[in-house]
Design a protein around this ligand. Structure first.
Ligand code: ADP
Ligand code: MG
Length: 699
């Protein structure tokens, strides 16, 4: 977080250069940062208990008289002090201690301790409790008036110091108020029945004793929700602004007769579905505009996104522009190349290929063709946008399986394709496609900078994939079933997902499975694809499979997306319980692509918990990617769906997409109000919550 206007920490008592450095390690650079350094959890120090009533796991205050203190040499040297209060005993265990500490805990001393009770070797103990010596006849245990916050701390900057610093600011009303300007207009606070920022911050640092601890621990207290709301709003507003800025940029309007598109449509062996037609039309309208399109096409696996992309490409080509088609893996890109080549070469449109592995003269020739404009459509991986790759006139960038690219990448791609000529700066249009449907609430937040089209219809004649969930113990039956399917002329996939983190071991597992299956089914032609094969080998294996020369293809999850072999009607997934629902749905989408009834078998390892079983049951019950994604979101959170690492948005401090879903529709409404009626609050609000992240508004 960055609060450039906020006061410096050095003004606080007790903050010298060394503490300042440690605070910086926690991301705290100014006083406002300190106030937004929120507790991880809370301790209830208001409760005390007799030693005889303690239970494992209690976090509590106790008192007792020291019976014995001694140094023990176990694996480590430690100080053990045994205390008693007449009702029971407790051991205090210290690994770090001074001679003075040892002396003060002499037999007969009275101590008051706070810590977590643990059962160890049949007795109860506290490891490194906070403690102080008290008089024998000390009055009642001094009760804290509030719940005690526990902060993220760091080496050399512990709870007590953090609490003291934060309390210092809380105790100075003017200083406190100066850090926390209210950016939410009164009408929003009123409409949303929300406390002010100051009230919320005050409360979360110092909740009263009667606060709802469960809600606080879960982050669901209205005071915390107030903060989450503001954070999500800041993100929403920044993406909206981004979209508005985009819409002001220039791009080439591609008004054409549609001659090429019509010819392609005539040549196709099928008719576009109504949903495909609608989306093709939405794209056409966008491309007609003199501003860069930013459109996301969502469609379930098998809904036919590729042809929609090809239609878009033809509009750009007909208008005289180049088109880049990018996929996240070689395998997927390769498949697009095959499709595009097949569809477009009949129209005399040139299709080129560029991947990281394109080398030597081929690479040189390809780069030259991109540069002089003779390459009209260029399909490839991210290599398309590496240094040294220049387009002559890039008009449209198509990104498939977009969830693997974050907003930053999207924008940097767009910039790489920008041209600056006598007509000024011009940006290519961008079309992104995802096969992992994002539930609406999430799309509203994560993709607020994009227009969204949905292909909500599958091509006709597809019968839904029938899914069963079977224990690994019945593997033999599944093998027999595979045998039967293949003997009947059908083809099958056998997927071995990540069991080990390492790709190497994963590939090894696939290899072993392939060998075992070949042993069990000697008359089947079994192939193998995994991530460690060379691209050419992978492509070869896929090609042979597609040509029907292999019956059973054993694979790692490299075949997760995009691969298309209509004659494959059986999919077996090993260790299905280890994959996310959306990913399983993706995999399952490899079958059910022809008119034949298709089946998917989810094999699970020995003991499956009740929730895991319920999870897999969702796939048995629904074939709709949107439904599956929604459930996956509920179960695993958005990180998995969006591909956490690359999505700048998931970098939330307080809010949590999963927990705070209910806020999202409200946030969308408030973003409208804020942008329209309180534009002056927008910039400071974004600065408070996004700090450096703001860059992506300017990329
Ligand atoms: P995805 O949306 O998963 O990328 P694809 O574009 O790979 O789906 O399409 C899946 C299969 O459906 C391909 O074989 C494609 O040729 C075929 N297809 C696409 N549109 C139609 C349609 N309207 N009618 C029949 N088949 C279609
Ligand atoms: Mg696809």
């Amino acid at each position: 977080m960055q609060n450039s206007q906020s006061q410096s920490l050095t003004g606080l008592k007790g903050v010298g250069p060394s503490v300042q450095q440690k605070l910086a390690n926690l991301g705290i650079h100014c006083i406002a940062d300190l106030l937004f350094h929120l507790p991880l959890r809370y301790q209830d120090r208001t409760r005390t208990a007799a030693l005889g009533s303690l239970r494992n796991g209690d976090e509590i205050t106790v008192r007792g008289e020291v019976q014995l203190t001694e140094i023990k040499h176990g694996r480590r040297r430690m100080l053990l002090s045994r205390i008693s209060d007449g009702t029971g005993f407790l051991t205090l265990r210290f690994f770090h201690f001074s001679a003075q500490q040892q002396a003060s805990l002499a037999r007969g001393a009275h101590v008051e301790c706070f810590g977590e009770v643990r059962a160890a070797g049949g007795a109860l103990e506290m490891v490194h409790p906070e403690y102080r010596l008290v008089e024998n006849d000390a009055g009642p245990v001094k009760k804290e008036a509030r719940l005690t916050p526990v902060y993220p701390a760091t080496e050399g900057l512990r709870q007590l110091k953090l609490r003291a610093l934060i309390n210092m600011v809380l105790a100075e009303p003017t200083l406190f108020a100066a850090q926390l300007a209210e950016y939410l207009p009164a009408e929003i606070l009123q409409q949303e029945k929300m406390p002010t920022l100051q009230a919320a911050i005050q409360y979360v640092h110092y909740p009263p004793v009667d606060a709802d601890v469960h809600k606080l621990q879960a982050g669901e207290h209205p005071m915390q929700q107030r903060l989450a709301f503001e954070e999500l709003l800041a993100h929403q507003v920044s993406l909206r602004q981004l979209r508005q800025q985009q819409q002001k940029k220039a791009a080439s309007a591609m008004r054409v007769t549609g001659r090429l598109k019509q010819t392609l449509e005539k040549n196709l062996p099928f008719e576009l579905t109504a949903a495909q037609q609608r989306v093709v039309n939405e794209i056409k309208q966008d491309l007609n505009q003199p501003h860069p399109m930013q459109r996301l096409v969502q469609g379930d696996v098998g809904s036919g996104k590729t042809i929609v992309a090809a239609m878009a490409a033809l509009q750009a080509v007909e208008a005289g522009f180049q088109v880049a088609v990018m996929a996240p893996t070689e395998l997927l890109a390769e498949q697009h190349r095959i499709n595009f080549t097949q569809w477009l070469s009949a129209l005399d449109v040139s299709v080129f290929w560029l991947s990281g592995k394109t080398k030597g003269t081929t690479r040189k020739d390809t780069l030259a063709a991109m540069n002089d404009g003779s390459a009209q459509v260029i399909v490839g991986t991210q290599a398309l946008f590496q240094e040294g790759v220049e387009f002559r006139q890039l008009g449209l960038v198509i990104i498939d399986e977009q969830h693997r690219f974050g907003v930053h990448q999207r924008l940097s791609l767009r910039n790489k394709g920008a041209t600056d000529d006598m007509h000024g700066e011009s940006y290519p249009h961008q079309l992104v496609m995802t096969a992992t449907p994002i539930p609406r609430t999430l799309a509203q937040t994560a993709y607020a900078d994009l227009e969204v089209s949905i292909i909500d219809e599958l091509p006709p004649g597809r019968s839904p994939v029938e899914t069963v969930v079977i224990s690994e113990q019945r593997r033999d039956e599944v093998v027999a079933r595979t045998h039967k399917a293949c003997q009947g002329g059908r083809q099958a996939y056998w997927v071995c997902p990540l069991v080990e983190e390492s790709e190497k071991l994963q590939c090894q597992a696939a290899q072993e499975t392939a060998e075992a299956l070949q042993m069990a089914l000697p008359d089947l032609r079994i192939g193998l694809v995994h991530g460690r094969l060379k691209t050419a080998e992978k492509a070869k294996a896929m090609e042979v499979f597609k040509a029907g020369k292999i019956d059973l293809l054993v694979a790692t999850t490299v075949i997760e997306v995009g691969v298309d072999v209509p004659n494959a009607t059986l999919m077996i997934i090993d260790n299905a319980e280890r994959l996310g629902l959306s990913q399983l749905h993706q995999l399952r989408g490899r079958v059910g692509r022809g008119t034949q009834q298709s089946n998917c078998v989810l094999l699970y390892g020995a003991a499956l918990s009740k929730t895991a079983r319920a999870r897999l049951a969702i796939l048995r019950e629904s074939n709709d990617g949107f439904v599956v994604a929604q459930r996956d979101l509920e179960i695993r959170g958005p990180g998995e769906l969006l591909g956490t690492r690359q999505t700048g948005l998931v970098n939330l401090r307080i809010a949590d997409f999963q927990r705070d879903q209910a806020l999202i529709p409200r946030i969308a409404r408030c973003a409208d109000i804020l942008l329209k009626e309180h534009p002056a609050s927008v910039a400071p609000l974004m600065r408070r919550w996004l700090g450096d992240g703001l860059q992506y508004g300017k990329v």
